[in-house]
Design a protein around this ligand. Structure first.
Ligand code: ATP
Ligand code: MG
Length: 311
């Protein structure tokens, strides 16, 4: 539906995007994950046709997009990272302004504005000035603005930055509904838990390059330790056995915090029975046990040696 092929973009000597290729398909969300300055917004701007790549091309339904005036741009809805709203205008007038940019007018425009406001739950606030809106409401209106012309492709550049949990959940629900409608979506974020929750596939960027891509499961498989075993210990204190546990062949790391023992295993099916048998031989009792897959934060850490947010 929308493809980026070998996209390159430099600002002076800084390579903001280097050979970025990605592909958006209907009914799926591709997560573009990376720390500040990774090149996410640069990539989105090229895909949206706002900025020409130095080399590489953007294909819309297999046809190369030809610059800013290409009519194929109407297929794309962009939710920019920087809010593009006029504070002095009402919510409804803001949307009417965006709709007019897409050549909509009259009844069609009024209906589109009403529908978009309703979709993001702001129909009651249509006549209120945007300056009176909370950060979360502005983000929801920003999303609504991208939907007026009902584009099949949506590019969302950090659409939940600075919003309260309630608005964030409302936006997530909206994105789920848009996915159901069959939209092809790109979602950039540096929150790995958002990518884990929302995205069908994930592409991780750092310093302008794609460093990994795949489903969450594919990415987890890149890690030497793929699972973590968590045990709530019955008794607190007295962890003299911890160094010995670390010596078991299947155990990669083990730590204890506030009564929860966390053991990273190279292989869950063989490692877990080994650990449990060893603990019972030492008389260590536990009340609850669970396991979890290594997350994206760990994948990123393993690939780059740094965290996603503090880089
Ligand atoms: N107009 C510009 N002129 C010069 N350098 C720029 C420009 N826009 C971006 N850059 C640089 O390009 C790199 C990539 O920036 P970009 O905004 O694409 O990153 P990002 O992944 O979106 O980051 P963030 O998470 O902070 O939004 C950064 O080093 C940034 O400083
Ligand atoms: Mg950005």
């Amino acid at each position: 539906m929308l493809e980026g092929c070998g996209l390159n973009k430099s600002y002076g000597t800084l390579k903001a995007a280097e050979g970025i290729s990605l592909s958006l398909v209907p009914g799926q969300i591709l997560g573009l994950l990376g720390p500040n300055g990774a090149g996410k917004t640069t990539t989105v701007s090229m895909l949206a046709g706002l900025m020409a790549p130095d080399s590489g091309e953007v294909l819309v339904d297999g046809r190369p997009m030809k610059g800013d005036s290409d009519p194929a741009k109407a297929m794309i809805g962009l939710v920019p990272q920087e809010l593009a709203l006029v504070d002095e205008l009402s919510a409804g007038d803001n949307l009417a302004f965006f709709g007019a940019l897409y050549g909509m007018r009259g009844k069609k425009l009024r209906e589109a504005v009403e529908k978009a406001l309703g979709f993001v739950g702001l129909e009651e606030r249509s006549k209120d000035r945007v300056s009176s809106f909370s950060g979360g409401m502005k983000r929801r209106l920003n999303l609504a603005a991208s939907l007026l012309h009902d584009p099949p492709v949506l590019l969302l550049d950090e659409p939940t930055v600075g919003v309260d949990p309630q608005s964030r959940n409302a936006i997530f629900d909206n994105l789920g509904a848009l996915k159901e409608q069959g939209k092809a979506m790109l979602y950039t974020t540096h929150y790995m838990e958002e990518a884990e929750r929302l995205c069908d596939r994930i592409q991780i960027m750092d310093h302008g390059k794609t460093i990994a891509e795949g489903t969450l499961r594919d990415l987890s498989a890149l890690l030497p330790a793929t699972s973590r075993l968590l045990l709530e210990l019955k008794e607190r204190g007295g962890r003299e056995w911890l160094p010995e546990l670390l010596k078991l062949p299947g155990v990669q790391s083990a730590s204890e915090e506030e009564g929860t023992l966390s053991v990273t295993l190279r292989d869950l099916p063989t490692g877990a029975p080994e650990v449990l048998a060893w603990l019972s031989s030492k008389g260590v009792a536990y009340t609850h046990m669970s396991s979890e897959r290594a997350g994206l934060e760990e994948v990123f850490l393993a690939l780059t040696g740094k965290g996603l947010r503090d880089s």
